[in-house]
Design a protein around this ligand. Structure first.
Ligand code: FES
Length: 129
């Protein structure tokens, strides 16, 4: 039912936990199953310098959070934000049809974390005239 990649990321999740000095945090939840995911990002020189996740959810949700962190770590913000739910599921070799919705949480939470980063970062000082 699940691919080897899903099982691997479920049993050995990468980048799990809270990132204390995150520049942005995004949260997504599924009202039907009640699962919740948080993604933390640290941005340096416009790149995803560090990323982590906390997921209270099913195995597919944990595996998709884990693979998402690997897919975007080290990328520029512009590259990383192109990640889609489908790309996350494909990187795991697919998910069973009834579990496809679980991959939405990872990409959604990540996009929200980037949004939070943009809102949190200090605005450049206006140019002197
Ligand atoms: Fe809720 Fe998978 S069943 S995210």
């Amino acid at each position: 039912m699940y691919t080897e990649a899903v099982m691997d990321h479920f049993y050995n999740p990468r980048n799990a936990g809270e990132l204390a000095d995150a520049d942005g945090v995004g949260e997504a939840g599924n009202p039907v199953c009640g699962d919740i995911m948080k993604i933390y990002v640290k941005i340096e020189d416009d790149r995803i310098a560090d990323i982590s996740f906390q997921t209270f959810g099913c195995g597919a949700a944990i595996a998709t959070s884990s693979i998402l962190t690997e897919l975007v770590k080290g990328k520029t913000v512009a590259e990383a934000e192109k990640i889609t739910n489908r790309a996350v599921a494909e990187a795991l070799g697919g998910l069973p049809p009834q579990k496809m919705h679980c991959s939405n949480l990872a990409a959604d939470a990540f996009h929200k974390a980037l949004e939070a980063y943009r809102q949190n970062r200090p605005k450049p000082a206006p140019a002197a005239e």
